[in-house]
Ligand binder design. Structure first.
Ligand SMILES: *Cc1c(COP(=O)(O)O)cnc(C)c1O
Length: 436
């Protein structure tokens, strides 16, 4: 260690308390710092690209609340809209004009969906989309990919067993085997496995769900050609294709991965960015498909806080900013420059280290493989190096999500100076990691 560790006395004390209140001291598992050194940092405030912890340490933040904060922390437009709307009450359980306003912003600028339903999380959006696909097709089985995350609903907490095409095995205790038996799991980027699954379960698969830009288990970029194959095989089999765009939606462009690849899925799910930092999820499809949802259709789905006015306000304010001309071009150019500088540095040093990137998403991989496209390509042993890097970066005021399987995000609030500081910290950290 060439630098003293940052002080974490206050965070550590808060964590001790939290452990008496919450399982593992947290309300979502990955926050527990199980895969990196130290105890979780308790965050006190955020502004722009920076966050401050309970001990007063300041960081440039690349976790960005796991993706929602594409404008950075405490954005003035979002904050002002939210505080304005809050003055009039925070929940009615009755429709408000704000729901129409957010729907108009989205539907008016997205050619892939005609109707939408707001829910309160990505998990809920995906769970509802699966039910809709089952209700529409009158089939039960779904197919997912190893290395994609779709929230924590029962049918989707399922991982691959052994073999090319497998029934899933539950990846959490408490998920009935009968649920896992309805979920088929195959590897990403594998046409043969997909083809076999459709042969073996002919006429039974309601939906295929994929993160078109898989970003929850590293960044496993798929080829356009593979995604087109997936679209075609679904069409040929009367199976609905669900793009889970909870991360990629409004991230790689306002219309997400569907527009990026020019592929029309049957159902889309959104979350994260859509709520401007407040809890919002959504799913959408053609009007014909969406009208299978209650109260017009027979597929039931509801929510006490769905379309909550304060959350709608945050979404409206954030998405309005994203629609300004040049927003994504600027963000993507900034990210590309940042990533290239790191790629050039590691190439010159000859380090076994790659940076995958798309839009304003990046992922650090300790490997010399250039195109990592499947979960099996990731060597779990490489995560010890990430753990060292994470520690060095924390000590240099750079905050990444506390796991090497997590991607990083660049927001509109990251300044050139932030990115210069970060590059230097990354170069110094990598030199230490590769020397030890
Ligand atoms: C985050 C995420 C989810 C789950 O969303 P929550 O709001 O955490 O429930 C689902 N799918 C994808 C692709 C995600 O990234």
């Amino acid at each position: 260690m060439n630098k003293p560790d940052i002080s974490r006395a206050k965070s550590a004390a808060l964590y001790e308390k939290a452990k008496t209140y919450f399982p593992g001291g947290v309300n979502s598992p990955v926050r527990a710092f199980k895969s990196v050194y130290g105890t979780p940092l308790f965050i006190e405030k955020g502004d722009g690209s920076h966050i401050w912890d309970a001990d007063g340490n300041e960081f440039i933040d690349f976790c960005c609340s796991w993706g929602p904060l594409i404008l950075g922390h405490n954005n003035a437009a979002v904050r002002n809209k939210v505080t304005e709307v809050m003055q009039k009450g925070m929940s009615f359980g009755a429709p408000t004009a704000l729901e129409n306003e957010l729907a108009e912003l989205i539907l008016g600028n997205n050619k892939f969906i005609e109707k939408i339903r707001f829910v309160s999380s990505g998990t809920e959006a995906v769970m509802s989309a699966i039910r809709l696909a089952r209700g529409y097709t009158k089939r039960d089985k779904i197919l997912k990919f190893e290395g994609c995350y779709h929230g924590h609903s029962d049918s989707l907490l399922v991982k691959a067993g052994s073999g090319l095409v497998t029934f899933g095995e539950t990846s959490s205790a408490g998920v009935p085997k009968a649920f896992a038996d309805e979920t088929i799991v195959v590897s990403l980027n594998d046409k043969k496995a997909l083809h076999e699954a459709f042969e073996e379960f002919e006429g039974q698969i309601a939906a295929v769900i994929i993160e078109p830009i898989p970003a929850n288990n590293g960044l496993l970029l798929q080829t356009k050609e593979y995604l087109e194959y997936l679209r075609q095989i679904c069409t040929d089999n009367g199976t609905m294709l669900i793009f889970d765009e909870v991360i990629s939606g409004f991230r790689v462009g306002f219309e997400g991965a569907a527009a990026y690849y020019g592929i029309r899925p049957d159902i889309l799910t959104y979350g994260k960015i859509i709520g401007g930092g407040l809890p919002v999820g959504a799913y959408g499809a053609s009007a014909e498909v969406m009208d299978y949802i209650s109260p017009v259709g027979s597929v039931y789905q509801a929510g006490t806080l769905s379309g909550n006015p304060v959350a709608m306000a945050a979404g409206i304010a954030q998405l309005t900013e994203l629609l300004k001309p040049g927003f994504y071009d600027e963000l993507h150019a900034k990210t590309a420059g940042f990533v290239k500088a790191i790629q050039d540095f590691v190439a010159e040093r000859g380090y076994r280290f790659r940076v995958s990137t798309i839009g304003s998403i990046f992922w650090f991989a300790f490997t010399d493989q250039d195109n990592i496209a499947t979960a099996e390509d990731i060597d779990p042993a490489s995560m010890t190096k990430f753990k060292e890097m994470h520690h060095e970066l924390i000590n240099r005021g750079i905050y990444l999500g506390p796991s090497g399987y997590e991607v990083g995000f660049i927001s509109a609030a990251h300044t050139p100076a932030d990115l210069e500081t970060t590059k230097t910290a990354i170069f110094d950290s990598l030199d230490i990691v590769f020397k030890s």
